[in-house]
Design a protein around this ligand. Sequence first.
Ligand code: FO1
Length: 323
Amino acid sequence: MGSPTAPRAVVLAGGVGGARFAAGLIQVLPPEQVTVIVNVGDDFTHFGLHISPDLDTVCYTLAGRENPATGWGRADETWHALETVAELGGPTWFRLGDRDLGLHLERTRRLQAGEPLSAVTRAVCRAWGVRATVLPVTDDPVPTVVDTEEHGRLAFQDYFVRLRSRPRVRGFAFQGVERARPAPGVLEALAAAEAVLVAPSNPWVSIDPLLAVPGVRDALASKTVVAVSPLIGGRAVKGPAAKMFAELGIEPSALAVAQHYAGLIQGLVVDESDAALAPRITATTGQAVFITDAWMPTPERRRALAQATWDFAQALRLARSLD
Ligand code: FO1
C-alpha cells in the first residue's frame, strides 16, 4: 500500500466526456490519488476575459456545480449579464452565465497579476472542495486552430460554438505548442501514476493537443495507458468527433479510435454495440479490448465505466510486469 495521497491514476481529459469520466473515477479511487490533466487548446479571450472551457467543465463537475443538461457551465445559472449584452447589441453566441462569469473575472484578474493558470486552477479547486488534482496540461497559450473547407482557418470556439461545428474540417493546428512547457506537476503525476486513462474525449481536439505538448507523449512511453472510445456505434455521445473522422476520410468507429491511438495505448474500452470490432482492433493495433456499457448518463454509470477501465488498466499493467 502506498500513501493514501500518492497519485495512482492520471486522466487525460477534454470537456464534458472527460469531466464525467473523472467524476466516475473519484468514486472508485480516493480523489487525492487522481490527477486530471486537461486540454487548454479551447481556451480563448472573450470580453477581455480568459475562458478555459475544459478546465472549468472538469472543475465544475468534480465540485458538483455543473449544469447537468449541457455538461458545461454552472447549475442554477442566471443570464442577466448576457441579457444586458444583448440589449446593447453585443455578441451573445458564447453563452456566459452570471455565476460562470464570476470565475472568468477572478481568473483573469489573477492571471493579469502574474499567477499561472495552474496556480489559479489549484486555488479554484481548493475553494470548492475538489480533492482530486486538476492541472492544465500547460500554462502557456496553445490555441487550437481548425482548418475548414468553407472558412479556412478558424479559432476553435468560432468553429465549435459560433458555427456549431458545421464547417467541414481539413485539419488542426495547436499554435505555439512546440514552445509550450508542461505545467508544474504534469510530468511528475505521469511519472508517478500506475496507469494513465485517456477519457472518452474527442481524440482530435481534446486529446491530441494534450499529447502535442513537448514531453507529454514521451512521459507515456513507459506507462500502462488505456483509452475509452468516445464513439459508440460509430457516433459521438457529444460533439463532432464522428463528423471529424468522416471529414478527414476515416470511417468513424471504435476501430478508427484504436488506430488513432496506435503506439500510445495498450488497451481500448469500447461499448457493447462495438463488440464485433474487437478482433480487428486487436489484429491491426495489438491493443487489448474491454467491452462494456460505455454510455455515462448517470453518476452510477460513470462510476461503473471508471471502475471497469481502472480494473482493465490494472490487469494490463500486471500482464506487462510479468512479460
Ligand atoms: N458550448 C456551446 O455549445 N455553446 C455555448 O454557448 C458555450 C458556452 C460556454 C461557456 C463557458 C464554458 O466553460 C463552456 C461553454 N461551452 C459552450 C462549451 C465549450 O465551449 C465546449 O464544449 C468545449 O470547448 C469543448 O470541449
